[in-house]
Design a protein around this ligand. Structure first.
Ligand code: GDP
Length: 360
């Protein structure tokens, strides 16, 4: 469910990036019980806190939070009208929670560009236009039904107003996300339509050294896509990196002037874009990060481990990561009064170290 769909024009490096994501096999080994679909690539959310906790608890293994990506075929002009993979493709994106759009900014005369030249602004426009046209279609199809429901008072008129506002945004060529993401209520009204452009966007610029080494050029591209997030990586380098061991990979990154791999960036930014956070559990067996939404309560957080934990929730024993590290042990944190007992209403904070009490 928490997947990010990868889209982009043909030949921009989507498959190269996706291969890097799927060959990142360390992850699959960590999650033996998870079925990983062939078109899903997983990357760990980098989190140095896990090792620190594992040291305190003597944990045998670390389980970081996974972020999943789903490969969706390339978009060509006319996709919204059923050209190319058309509708099937659109159905695939509809299921993703966010969209990562791969944009080619690397120069390479050997790699043909579908439109003949490398022009990120025009490429993004092509893709976004197709998504916008698809959303307009969705709205036009829905409006008669929604108007009827408002008339017979089965539905709030505010919902119809929100849908019409989104229609106006799309008609002037903007994406819903970049125009009204700050309006929570309006976004809530639009939810049932699953509009493609209402999903959070991440722009993944597939770059060469010329851009990776130039903060100015990156800022220019960043400004083009704001308020959406942007990341810069070299897809080819990423697919080489996953073949190396940790040490070698770090050296290769350093040689390229980067301090973090593109996949790690992708996981971090993706996590942020999706409005997620993690809480932690730790013991002698494992230290693990669990993914929850910002604003989730303690029972909701417990439900991520097991639905029984949510149903039978009694209380949570919570210590912040920072307090626990400062104390150096759970016993010391307790004697300092840093371990709190929290109830059903407690809103989780990022980095809470938790033990749940529940009835089964
Ligand atoms: P897709 O159609 O978007 O999936 O694109 P591919 O991943 O198949 O890449 C198209 C071509 O571009 C392939 O020949 C890749 O080797 C090449 N390519 C992908 N990423 C890069 C990159 O970062 N730099 C360069 N120079 N070539 C790349």
């Amino acid at each position: 469910a928490l997947t990010i769909g990868i889209v982009g024009l043909p030949n921009v490096g989507k498959s190269t990036l996706f291969n890097a994501l799927t060959r990142n096999q360390v992850l699959a080994a960590n999650y033996p019980f998870a079925t990983i679909e062939p078109n899903v690539g997983v990357v760990n959310l980098p989190d140095p806190r896990l090792q620190q906790l594992a040291d305190i608890f003597g944990s045998q293994r670390l389980l970081p939070a996974p972020v999943s990506f789903v490969d969706i075929a390339g978009i060509v002009k006319g996709a919204s009208e059923g050209e190319g993979l058309g509708n099937k493709f659109l159905a695939n994106i509809r299921e993703a929670e966010a969209i990562a759009q791969v944009v080619r900014v690397f120069d390479d005369p050997d790699v043909i560009h579908v439109d003949g030249k490398v022009d990120p602004r025009s490429d993004m426009e092509t893709i976004n236009t197709e998504l916008i046209l698809a959303d307009l279609q969705t709205i036009e199809n829905a409006i008669p039904r929604i108007e009827k429901e408002v008339k017979i008072k089965k539905r709030d008129a505010a919902e119809l107003a929100a849908i019409k506002a989104a229609q106006a945004v799309l008609e002037r060529g903007d994406t819903v996300f970049s125009s009204i993401k700050s309006d929570k209520l309006e976004m809530e009204h639009l939810k049932e339509l699953s509009l493609l452009t209402a999903k959070p966007f991440i722009y993944v610029f597939n770059a060469d050294e010329g851009i990776l080494g130039s903060p100015e050029k990156q800022d220019e591209l960043r400004a083009m896509v704001a308020p959406a997030d942007a990341i810069f990586l070299d897809a080819k380098l990423e697919s080489d990196l996953v073949e190396l061991d940790e040490e070698e990979a770090r050296e290769m990154l350093e040689m390229n002037g980067q301090d973090e791999s593109g996949l790690d960036q992708l996981a971090r930014v993706g996590f942020h874009t999706l409005g997620l956070q993690t809480y932690l559990t730790a013991g002698p067996k494992e230290t693990r990060a669990w993914t929850i939404h910002q604003g989730d309560t303690a029972p909701q957080a417990a439900g991520v481990i097991h639905s029984d934990f949510q149903r039978g929730f009694i209380k949570a024993e919570v210590v912040s990561f920072h307090d626990l590290i400062e104390a150096g042990s759970m016993a010391e944190a307790k004697s300092r009064g840093k371990v709190r007992i929290e109830g059903k209403e407690y809103v989780m904070a990022d980095g809470d170290v938790v033990e749940f009490r529940f009835n089964v």
